[in-house]
Design a protein around this ligand. Structure first.
Ligand SMILES: Cc1cc2nc3c(=O)[nH]c(=O)nc-3n(C[C@H](O)[C@H](O)[C@H](O)COP(=O)(O)O)c2cc1C
Length: 147
């Protein structure tokens, strides 16, 4: 059975909600899914999973800032054994900011630098996750199909 790890950093709970929707959808498709807050995740854990989904909201104003909890994890991604690993990135943001969901782009770049394989275009959620439920579930299906 294909195993998937979802790791999220979320300050107000939006990216966490998205992570949980993806978790349920992948589990319904037969994946063995583990969904964890980044603060409870060791970088070495990524090595044990067939596929890794990384979720992070975007902060900052003039420049892109990752969600606070996600920063140390991001900085250690070079030790995550990403070479050849199937990865996809998602996050919440607000399109009224200059860098809408910029954290998704920044994390994708880091994944590519470390040899990870991006299996879907990053999912960028504008506003309330509940309003984007259909998009989130179809993204999860796309990721599942590419796994
Ligand atoms: C001070 C502040 C700065 C923000 N900066 C950005 C930004 O640069 N780009 C963006 O897309 N969203 C930005 N946002 C919106 C948040 O990313 C958005 O509220 C998101 O849903 C938070 O997700 P979380 O609850 O998972 O942390 C900002 C919000 C605040 C309050």
């Amino acid at each position: 059975m294909t195993t998937a790890l979802i790791v999220y950093g979320s300050s107000t709970g939006n990216t966490e909600s998205v992570a949980q929707m993806i978790e349920k959808q992948l589990a319904a498709k037969g994946f063995t899914v583990t969904c964890k807050d980044v603060t409870a995740t060791e970088i070495d854990e990524l090595k044990k999973f067939d596929m890794v989904l990384l979720g992070c909201s975007t902060w900052g104003e003039e420049e892109i800032e990752l969600q606070d909890d996600f920063i140390p994890f991001y900085e250690s991604l070079g030790n995550a054994g990403l070479k050849g690993k199937k990865v996809a990135v998602f996050g919440c943001g607000d399109s009224s900011y200059i860098y809408f969901c910029g954290a998704v782009d920044v994390i994708e770049d880091r994944v590519k630098e470390n040899g990870g394989l991006l299996i879907a275009e990053g999912l960028k959620i504008d506003g309330e996750p509940e309003d984007a439920r259909e998009d989130i579930l179809s993204w999860a299906d796309e990721v599942g199909a590419a796994a």
